[in-house]
Design a protein around this ligand. Structure first.
Ligand code: FES
Ligand SMILES: [Fe+2]
Length: 428
């Protein structure tokens, strides 16, 4: 549980809040690269950490992210013209370069110096890994650009998608760090529920290893005479990655398609505001010889409930709170555990269903909630660190650039960290 004060310190991310100050020390995904397909193309609205912004791809292909409202009389820059090296407000024609400088002010006399005194708010961007990243903090505390293994994987080996959900980012992050729900909520096999009583099989023994970037955590289940090891990574403030399994209690990888490509997947969450979250969902093949089968990835996305046909134009899910995620009580009775289709839809249903921001003073955390407890401790420490003028854990990409996740079956009796030492290190 958290006190209401600590809950607020973690979940409020707007300008001037302690949690908002923390997020403004990291690079955050602002949008998918594909949302800005061409130089001088249409601008896109985006909202991050409670700030309304407009993104546009400049004539040279670089992305600008500026205040959504013109500094003249606050007209919407979304309706602006994306012209040669700048975005022009269509109300009175003021034009701004992507670093915020006013480069033309046709409504003022030609000899006026007013132009040199007015700027539009603009944030630095960095484009890599299928994402446009933004840094919204003070220039003097800007860290080196983000550097995850998925960003270094060739484009042929990587998929990047997105969905938007209506709840605070911490609910989405906690949902992913909560390893123990996987075999329960996501058990899709119809039939009797005897497996719920099989504690060894259903519930992982968890260990959390704190690092310079956040933590690695392992969950070990004992299945069919083997250890099922899942080692996940949590990179602060809100990134998680994990290996994939072939069916909940099956083999050692989830292969995409029938191509036997081993993959790692995960999420980077960006708080849109206190009550809305963008989840950037990545998957990559970590075998240099084996690109991803994009058809296979799309099949998987559809199965998980976030394929193109499962989403609305604003990246929300078609199966959502307003239609109870199309829960099928008959299927549930027949043994499909929760009656909701798609692993991602199931997660979103539970996370959004808690309400926009959970009152964590009412929780009762148990032994399997350890990863959640440690994440909150690290985040609260980081909020304190920023208040005291120190860099928060995980803001230096050197700390996490070599980490990866794994998901393997190994013989009983082996120390997984010994046996899989090489598997947990990035190769790209
Ligand atoms: S409001 Fe934008 S130029 Fe006047
Ligand atoms: Fe889940």
């Amino acid at each position: 549980m958290l006190t209401p004060r600590d809950n607020d310190r973690l979940t409020r991310v707007g300008p001037g809040t302690p949690g908002g100050a923390l997020f403004r020390r990291y690079w955050l995904p602002a949008l998918l690269s594909e949302e800005l397909p061409e130089a001088d193309g249409a601008p896109v609205r985006t909202r991050i950490l409670g700030e309304d912004l407009v993104a546009f791809r400049d004539s040279d292909g670089s992305v600008g992210i500026v205040d959504a409202f013109c500094p003249h009389r606050r007209a919407p820059m979304f309706f602006g013209r994306n012209e040669e090296r700048g975005l022009r407000c269509v109300y009175h024609g003021w034009k701004f370069s992507r670093n915020g400088t006013c480069v033309d002010m046709p409504s003022e006399p030609p000899d006026s110096l007013f132009k040199s005194k007015v700027t539009i708010g603009a944030y630095p961007t960095h484009e890599a890994g299928g994402l446009v990243w933004v840094y919204m903090g003070a220039p003097e505390t800007m860290p080196a650009p983000p550097d995850y293994e998925f960003m270094r994987a060739p484009a042929t080996h990587r998929f990047m998608g997105k969905h938007v959900q209506d709840c605070n980012y911490l609910q989405a992050l906690e949902g992913a760090l909560d390893s123990s729900h996987a075999t329960i909520l996501h058990n899709m096999a119809p039939g009797k529920l005897e497996w719920l009583a099989d504690y060894d099989r259903t519930v992982p023994r968890m260990n959390v290893y704190t690092t310079d970037y956040g933590y690695m955590y392992s969950g070990i289940r004992h299945v069919n005479g083997k250890q099922w090891v899942r080692a996940y990574q949590y990179v602060m403030p809100a990134t998680q990655f994990r290996g994939r399994v072939d069916g909940l209690l099956g083999g050692s990888f989830r292969y995409i398609d029938d191509t036997q490509v081993p993959t790692i997947n995960g999420h980077v969450w960006t708080p849109i505001d206190d009550h809305t979250t963008a989840s950037y969902n990545f998957m990559y093949s970590y075998s240099p010889e084996q690109p991803l089968s994009m058809a296979g990835v799309m099949d998987q996305e559809v199965k998980d409930g976030r394929g193109p046909e499962n989403q609305l134009p604003d990246y929300r899910l078609r199966r959502n709170l307003s239609n109870d995620y199309l829960i099928d009580r008959a299927k549930e009775k027949a043994g499909q555990f929760c009656g909701i289709e798609g692993v991602n839809t199931q997660d979103v249903a539970l996370q959004e269903g808690m309400g926009p921001i959970v009152d964590r003073s009412k929780e009762h955390l148990g032994t399997t909630d350890r990863s959640i407890i440690v994440m909150r401790q690290l985040m609260l420490e980081a909020v304190d660190a920023v208040e005291q003028g120190r860099a928060p854990r995980g803001s230096d990409p050197a700390a996490y650039r070599n980490v990866r996740a794994l998901d393997h079956m190994i013989p009983e009796g082996l120390d997984w960290q010994e046996a899989l030492r090489d598997e947990i290190l990035a190769k790209f």
